[in-house]
Design a protein around this ligand. Structure first.
Ligand code: CO8
Length: 265
């Protein structure tokens, strides 16, 4: 694994802990940090020693306090569009990652940081966490997918309230509107994210991958096409050793030993 100053990676118990590491700037996303995230996720995709990712921010104050506002100050409209596309590319890498990505959201989760959290597959928040899309206060709109992913996750009304007011919401409010899966004590946030990731990776890796694919691709399709894709993926499960093992283990009343390999068919 590459080790970068701004993005740290450590693999424990088959789970990669990826930490955004710019605590002095509340982990704001500058170009180097975005590139670091892209590199790390690229490497983890190919790394069989990690079956899931937990993403968090260094220090106690912030997950990510947004895009680096200093870097935004010099942009013209063309460069700003490119800047938005660059961040969107990173959110797409995370969203379409073939292994589960759990955000352990600690402290401020604002702007581009909230958009990175939205791209993760699941979000756990510490009690002190605060979410917000404050871009309107800077004369901007969210540009790393926030206008689209937040509305799809929590619905138009709640998403527009956050976006148009620019105000932060508490972890509890984020839970109420469906922005986070769960709120836990701040001290055990990463541990809880690991527990969730660990329970997921005890299941069939190929089935987990197909679930992610079905939900990620299917939610962008008309329902009938998405249902068709679900059937195709369901069929493909039967080309894996995992389905044979999972079904046999149930019938033989034992724990399955999943390998996550494709079968011959
Ligand atoms: N960018 C750069 N530096 C930051 C950022 C940021 N987003 N957030 C905090 N910092 C820095 C501060 O400048 C400060 O640095 P220094 O010590 O050198 O002055 C350090 O982090 C600590 O911050 P504060 O002293 O401000 O800490 P407070 O506890 O007083 O306040 C807040 C914490 C409330 C989080 C405050 O820092 C804040 O409001 N930050 C900005 C939040 C924000 O507006 N985020 C959205 C940014 S815009 C965005 O993300 C757009 C994404 C899409 C872009 C599309 C491309 C065009």
């Amino acid at each position: 694994m590459s080790q970068m100053q701004n993005v740290l990676t450590e693999i424990r118990e088959r789970i990669a802990l990826v930490t955004i590491n710019r605590p002095e700037a509340l982990n704001a996303l500058d170009e180097q940090t975005l590139a670091g995230l892209e590199t790390v996720f690229g490497e983890l995709k190919e790394d069989d020693s990690a079956g899931a990712v937990v993403l968090t921010g260094a220090g106690e104050k912030a997950f990510i306090a947004g895009a680096d506002i200093k870097q935004l100050s010099s942009l013209n409209p063309v460069a700003a569009k490119e800047f938005s596309r660059r961040g969107q590319a990173v959110t797409k890498v995370i969203e379409s990652f073939p292994k589960p990505v759990v955000a352990a959201v600690n402290g401020f989760c604002l702007g581009g940081g909230c958009e990175i959290a939205l791209a993760c597959h699941m979000r756990l928040a510490g009690k002190k966490t605060r979410f917000g899309l404050p871009e309107v206060k800077l004369g901007l709109i969210p540009g790393y997918g926030g206008t689209q992913r937040l509305a799809r996750l929590v619905g138009r009304g709640a998403a527009l309230e956050m976006m148009l007011s620019g105000e932060m919401v508490s972890a509890q409010e984020a839970y109420r509107i469906g922005l986070v899966n769960r709120v836990v004590e701040d001290e055990v946030l990463v541990e809880e994210a690991f527990k969730l990731a660990s329970s997921i990776i005890s299941n069939s890796p190929s089935a987990v991958r197909y679930c992610l694919e079905a939900v990620n691709s299917g939610t962008q399709m008309p329902l009938l096409a998405a249902l068709d894709m679900e059937s195709t993926l369901f069929g493909l499960c039967f080309a894996t050793e995992d389905s044979a093992e999972g079904i046999s283990a149930f019938l033989e009343k034992r724990k399955p030993d999943f390998k996550g390999k494709q079968g011959d068919t």
